[in-house]
Design a binder for this molecule. Structure first.
Ligand code: ZN
Length: 290
C-alpha cells in the first residue's frame, strides 16, 4: 500500500492551501504565468511549500496547476512544459521533510473537449501523460488532479497519469451548489462522478475550489455515501468578493478550521485549502482536527 494511504488509515491527513492566491500576494502580476516562477523565482515557490509543511501539512502540491501543454501554449510556453514540471517537482521535493509527501498538480486544460470544443480526448490524455511523467521524473510521490469542471476531462487526466503504471492518483472535481444538489459545470452529479472515477482507478476522490467550507460539509456527506475511497476536501476561504478587479476572501482561519472539523466528521480523510487560504489557515486546520 502507498505510504500516504497508510497514513490516511490512521489519521486525518493535512494538505496545503492555495498556491495561486499566495503567489499573487507575493507579487505575481495579473497575466503573469505562475509556472514560470519555478525557473525564475524558485526560492519563493520553495518558501511557500516550506510554510505549508511547517504549518502542519503532510502533503503539498507542486506549482504546476496550469503547466499542461495546452495552457502553456496559450502563453507561448509549450516548449517549456517538461522543464517547468520537473523543476516544480524538484523544488517541492527539496522543501519536503522526511516522511511527508509531494503531489504533482494537474489542472484543467482550459479547453473544451470534442464535440463541444475541438480538443480530442486522446490529445488531452496524451498531454496529461507527458505532464505527469515530467512530474514523476522530478520526484513527486503522487498525482493530484484538481479543480476539474468536467468529468470527461478529469478522466483524460486520470488515464494519462495511470499510463505511467502503478502510481497513486487523486481526482478532485469542482462542484457548484444548486437547488437540486451538487453538480459540476458540465452537469455531472456526485454519484455519477464518483462511480465513474472509481471505476477508472482513482485512488482518492475529492472536491475542491468554488465552494466554501460550509457547503463542503454537505458535499462531503454525499461523497462519503457514494464511495469507500479516501476523500480529499479542499474548500475555498468562503466566497470570493471582487471589487475593482481585486478578489478577496472573507473567511477567517478559525472559521475555516471549525468547519473543517465537521468536514472531518462527515467522512473526509484528507483536508486542505483552496483559493484564499494560506499557511495560517492550514495551521489552524491542523490544530483543529488533530
Ligand atoms: Zn481554488
Amino acid at each position: 500500500m502507498h505510504p500516504l494511504l497508510e497514513m490516511a488509515r490512521n489519521r486525518i491527513v493535512i494538505f496545503d492551501g492555495a498556491m495561486g492566491t499566495v503567489l499573487m500576494a507575493s507579487g505575481l502580476g495579473p497575466g503573469e504565468s505562475p509556472e514560470l516562477w519555478n525557473i525564475e523565482k524558485p526560492s519563493l515557490v520553495m518558501k511557500i511549500h516550506r510554510q505549508y509543511y511547517e504549518a502542519g501539512a503532510q502533503v503539498v502540491h507542486t506549482n504546476t496547476f496550469g503547466a499542461n501543454q495546452f495552457k502553456l501554449a496559450d502563453r507561448g510556453l509549450s516548449d517549456k512544459m517538461r522543464l517547468l514540471n520537473m523543476e516544480a517537482a524538484k523544488i517541492a521535493r527539496k522543501a519536503c521533510p522526511e516522511g511527508k509527501f509531494v503531489a504533482g498538480d494537474l489542472g484543467p486544460t482550459g479547453k473544451l473537449l470534442k464535440p463541444i470544443g475541438d480538443l480530442s480526448a486522446e490529445a488531452a490524455e496524451d498531454g496529461y501523460h507527458k505532464q505527469a511523467d515530467a512530474l514523476f521524473k522530478g520526484g513527486v510521490d503522487l498525482i493530484s488532479i484538481e479543480t476539474m469542471f468536467s468529468l470527461e476531462e478529469a478522466l483524460c487526466a486520470l488515464r494519462g497519469a495511470k499510463k505511467l503504471g502503478n502510481v497513486l492518483v487523486s481526482v478532485s472535481l469542482t462542484y457548484n451548489r444548486t437547488k437540486k444538489g451538487f453538480f459540476t459545470m458540465m452537469g455531472e452529479g456526485v454519484e455519477k462522478a464518483v462511480s465513474t472515477l472509481e471505476g477508472a482507478g482513482a485512488d482518492i476522490i475529492g472536491a475542491n475550489c468554488t465552494l466554501g467550507s460550509k457547503d463542503m460539509i454537505e458535499l462531503t456527506k454525499e461523497l462519503r455515501a457514494a464511495t469507500t475511497c479516501p476523500i480529499l476536501i479542499q474548500p475555498n476561504a468562503g466566497q470570493p468578493k471582487t471589487r475593482s478587479g481585486i478578489t478577496t476572501y472573507k473567511q477567517t482561519p478559525s472559521e475555516f478550521a471549525s468547519d473543517a472539523k465537521q468536514i472531518r466528521a462527515a467522512g473526509a480523510n484528507m483536508i486542505g485549502g483552496c483559493c484564499g487560504t494560506n499557511a495560517e489557515f492550514i495551521r489552524e486546520l491542523a490544530r483543529a482536527v488533530a
